[in-house]
Design a protein around this ligand. Structure first.
Ligand code: SF4
Ligand code: ZN
Length: 424
């Protein structure tokens, strides 16, 4: 009998690779920055297995190691079974979603087919769409861009990469370097928009200094999430995009649902379903093609496609409330493996009582964006910063602002919550 995780994961040679290299991965100096992905040609690693494994970030390594193998550990010499799809190659993993033993190529093909189905069935990206991919350099947006690059001819879409430079010293520069490598590899146009240029010189580091006195460092992610949404919209318009896609996966969405439950935010729960927003108030339509793909499968796809991505936690991330939701979700998933997708689907089925429905949003008096108050979120936050009163902007003393949270896709602009971390 297997554990809840026992029916998932890397099997056969890949399993041996994971087990034999985990010690070396763990021995890496904590906090050291790594260039991920295949090593440059010319530098020969003595061990191909380790080289493969080193293309994964620490979190991905943990995910893969925890994905227990198909074969019993007591008999590592036992050959992996044949791939359940092609019946030719040896299986390299068990799909977390279905439990089927697949080779890497068949897994990647199935993953791409499922994303295609999500996009087509949801009518997310019409033929002829110019799609701005929110590129952060992380695994989710890297996998999203790669899959859409593969699917673009069938979907009839063209892609543009749009990256946002939040101005976080020692973090974003390295991530942007990964985005530039990806753009070169896929030969996609890349546009970088910076907070400093868009928001009157404000960078996230400057915001952090400004909000430090409030004693609420969690506020950084509130500012960042709101401003990044605005920056991505601006960047997408700059490149002539008709649609925006972001790399939120099922785990991200489940965390968001969980956070809304924990906050008792019924309005957001009721609006949280669907795969994106159609573009209210003149905003570009947004969607999340990976919303039904688990984080494990995203990591496995990046592994088998040997994608080069950056994974280093933002310096402001440890304070975010999302970390608690993530931890809770892992516990829930260990007890009930379907918890992630169950939470995602639960948001689609929730209905809001008429009395709890928020008023119809209007237009921001400053920028014209959708807003439920006189100013939209971004303008309200910038207003507070420019007046030297960031606490006002994050809702100190204003109950309404305290209770709200940064908008997710599909939501009109509302006042922000103090510590949400919308993934890019
Ligand atoms: Fe921005 Fe994410 Fe860093 Fe928070 S953790 S400050 S949302 S980049
Ligand atoms: Zn505004």
């Amino acid at each position: 009998m297997t554990s809840p995780r026992g029916s998932q994961g890397v099997v056969g040679p890949a399993r041996t690779r994971a087990l034999s290299t985990s010690g070396r991965a763990a021995a890496q100096a904590p906090g050291s920055r790594r260039r991920l992905g295949p090593e440059p040609s010319g530098s020969r690693s003595p061990c191909t297995r380790f080289r493969l494994f080193s293309s994964l970030d620490r979190a991905a390594c943990v995910l893969l190691r925890r994905s227990l193998p198909l074969l019993p550990r007591s008999d590592p010499a036992m050959p992996a079974p044949q791939c359940a799809t092609c019946h030719k190659a040896r299986a390299a993993l068990r799909r977390p979603r279905s439990g089927r033993a697949l080779c890497g190529a068949c897994f990647c093909a199935a993953f791409e087919a499922e994303v295609l189905h999500t996009v087509v069935a949801g009518r997310l990206l019409p033929s002829g769409a110019v799609v701005a991919v929110g590129a952060s350099g992380g695994k989710d947006s890297t996998v999203l861009a790669h899959v859409l690059q593969v699917l673009a001819p069938r979907l009839g879409i063209s892609l543009r990469l749009v990256a946002v430079d939040e101005g976080i010293g020692g973090y974003r520069d390295a991530a942007l370097a990964a985005v530039r490598r990806q753009a070169a590899r896929w030969e996609l146009p890349l546009t970088v928009v910076a907070y400093a240029d868009l928001f009157g010189g404000w960078t996230m580091d400057a915001v952090a200094r400004s909000t430090a006195g409030s004693g609420r460092s969690r506020a950084c992610c509130t500012f960042c999430g709101v401003l990044r949404r605005r920056a991505l919209e601006e960047g997408a318009r700059l490149v002539g995009a008709t649609h925006i896609v972001t790399g939120h996966n099922a785990d991200d969405m489940a965390e968001t649902v969980l956070m809304n439950f924990l906050r008792g935010d019924a309005a957001r729960l009721a609006r949280g379903g669907g795969l994106g927003s159609p573009g209210e108030g003149g905003a570009l339509p947004r969607c999340r093609p990976l919303q039904l793909a688990s984080q494990k499968e995203v990591v496995l796809y990046a592994h088998f496609r040997r994608l080069d991505y950056f994974s280093e936690e933002c310096v402001y991330a440890p304070e975010a409330f999302r970390g608690h939701a993530r931890h809770l979700l892992k516990l829930l998933e260990a007890a009930r493996p379907s918890a992630v997708l169950d939470l995602v689907h639960s948001a689609e089925r929730l209905a809001l009582a008429p009395a709890a429905r928020p008023p119809a949003p209007g237009a921001c008096s400053r920028c014209g964006a959708l807003a439920s108050r006189a100013l939209c979120q971004a303008c309200a936050l910038l207003d507070g910063l420019n007046r030297g009163r960031p606490r006002l902007a994050i809702g100190k003393g204003r109950r309404g602002l305290d209770e709200a949270g940064p908008p997710r896709d599909g939501e009109p602009e509302r006042a922000p919550a103090p510590d949400a971390v919308p993934a890019f």
